[in-house]
Write a protein that binds this ligand. Sequence first.
Ligand SMILES: *Cc1c(COP(=O)(O)O)cnc(C)c1O
Length: 222
Amino acid sequence: MAEASAQERLERVRAGIAEAARKAGRKAEEVTLVAVSKTFGAKAVRPLIAAGQRDFGENRVGEAAGKWPALREEAPDIRLHMVGRLQSNKAEEAAGLFDIIHSLDRMSLLKALAKAMDKLGRRPDCFIQLDLEGEPQKGGCAPGELPALLDAARDAGIRVVGLMCLPPLGQEAAPYFALLAKHARAHGLEGLSMGMSADHETAVMLGATHVRIGTALFGPRE
Ligand SMILES: *Cc1c(COP(=O)(O)O)cnc(C)c1O
């Protein structure tokens, strides 16, 4: 069987999202598909842009800085999402490059981002990443720290649009997605960044507004 083209893969993922949304009584338009292009170069990204994809995600500031400025000149309406762990010393570069940051997870990063945003006059929206399982190596703030982080974001003029999580590998993701949705509701947050290639349809059924998909669109990473 011939390998599916980028366009075919995109259509397949979009159809899966639409079907999951339909089952949950939601509209497909409520879900933003973020194509996570980490490790893939411009040559792999261009066919997706040509097929109409506009939201792209990266997990490293340096890689994104090398790849996206040129691609953005070809399609100025692209929205770039930072989905990986962000070091405070990269906050300024990230605030200048990304439109949405999914991985705000601690006070020191919040302060660095606020300072960078003030300096640049550019204020990307942020998701706060929650650590639902006590896995600090993956990033994410403990649920108990969320209220303080939300207050500090408000004081600093950082717009928090929702919550993000990375469920533990090899475990059923649904309970984590449901828990993230519960935390978001409790704080009046509408955005839910949850679901990757393997579990995004479940995430959409449980309320995801942003799914972050790499492998299903680009194929396996090296
Ligand atoms: C790589 C990555 C994804 C996409 O993962 P796939 O399983 O390839 O779809 C999503 N979110 C984050 C934070 C990632 O680093």
